[in-house]
Design a protein around this ligand. Structure first.
Ligand code: IPE
Ligand code: IPE
Ligand code: MG
Length: 249
């Protein structure tokens, strides 16, 4: 049985509800370094990373952030040792199976983005189930980027559009930004307002390249497994200090 929280944490008093980001994206980095600091194997960091993600998802829901997108596995992460890749694939599958009922009860709409067809078949099955069983939920849009690469996403969109042109269904003059966006994995999700990267690296690592055009960037030294409510609060407070100009004055 799922125990629903009876006491939802209110938005901290120093944050303005009207100026919250609608969509927060996170590069959950530093699991390995966190584990190393604790004298643990890297995989323990990934395990703790799942707990951190659950905490931030709950927090977004409590505080009224409408969409959360988390980078779980990049197209480049296949280059890691096979044991780590295998562990991650199994972890994703196990977590999905374990958490789906609670996600449904919490009204979470789950979506996966990335080249999903290249994932292990049993993981694909869990992914499809989680997406279809939560597709009408409206509590929060929760997107997990798995086998995701921004360049790969753009290339597959180009290929789909080129195919339509070749078939005579589309004229090149009809290709504009709006049409292009409809061919991205994120077609139904607004662009991120805030990108959080944990563990200090000042880079995007092939995440949401198109969608990030005007996201505010927030980078913290905190490793992902330690990224808790109070760290998220700090990120939101920093975001609310920003002046988003979108190229205007
Ligand atoms: C991020 O943590 C999780 C994944 C990429 C799956 P890392 O595993 O990259 O941790 P560090 O960067 O090595 O510390
Ligand atoms: C980015 O982290 C990918 C994920 C968090 C899933 P990486 O650890 O793979 O990025 P780099 O190698 O530091 O750029
Ligand atoms: Mg890393």
């Amino acid at each position: 049985m799922t125990v629903k929280p009876t006491l939802l944490q209110d938005l901290p008093a120093d944050l303005e509800r009207e100026r919250l980001p609608r969509h927060v994206a996170v590069i959950m980095d530093g699991n390995g370094r966190w584990a190393q600091q604790q004298g643990l194997p890297r995989i323990m960091g990934h395990r703790r990373g799942v707990d951190a993600l659950k905490g931030i998802l709950r927090c977004c829901k409590d505080w009224g952030v409408q969409a959360l997108t988390a980078y779980a596995f990049s197209t480049e992460n296949w280059g890691r040792p096979i044991e780590e890749v295998d562990f991650l694939m199994t972890l994703f599958e196990r977590v999905l199976r374990r958490e789906l009922q609670e996600m449904k009860a919490e009204d979470v709409q789950i979506r996966f983005v990335g080249n999903l067809a290249a994932l292990p078949r049993s993981l694909q099955t869990e992914i499809e189930r989680s997406m279809s069983e939560t597709r009408y939920n409206q509590g929060i849009q929760f997107t997990i980027a798995t086998n995701y690469g921004g360049r790969q996403e753009i290339v597959q969109a180009c290929r789909a559009i080129a195919t339509q042109v070749k078939q005579g269904l589309l004229d090149p003059d009809q290709i504009d930004e709006a049409l292009f966006e409809r061919h991205l994995y994120t077609a139904e999700i607004s662009d991120p307002d805030l990108l959080i990267r944990t563990s200090g690296e000042m880079r995007i690592s092939n995440f949401l390249l198109w969608q990030m055009a005007y996201a505010e960037l927030y980078i913290t030294e905190t490793h992902w497994p330690d990224f808790d409510r109070s760290a998220f609060h700090q990120a939101l407070a920093a975001y609310q200090q920003r002046h988003r100009r979108f190229g205007k004055v």
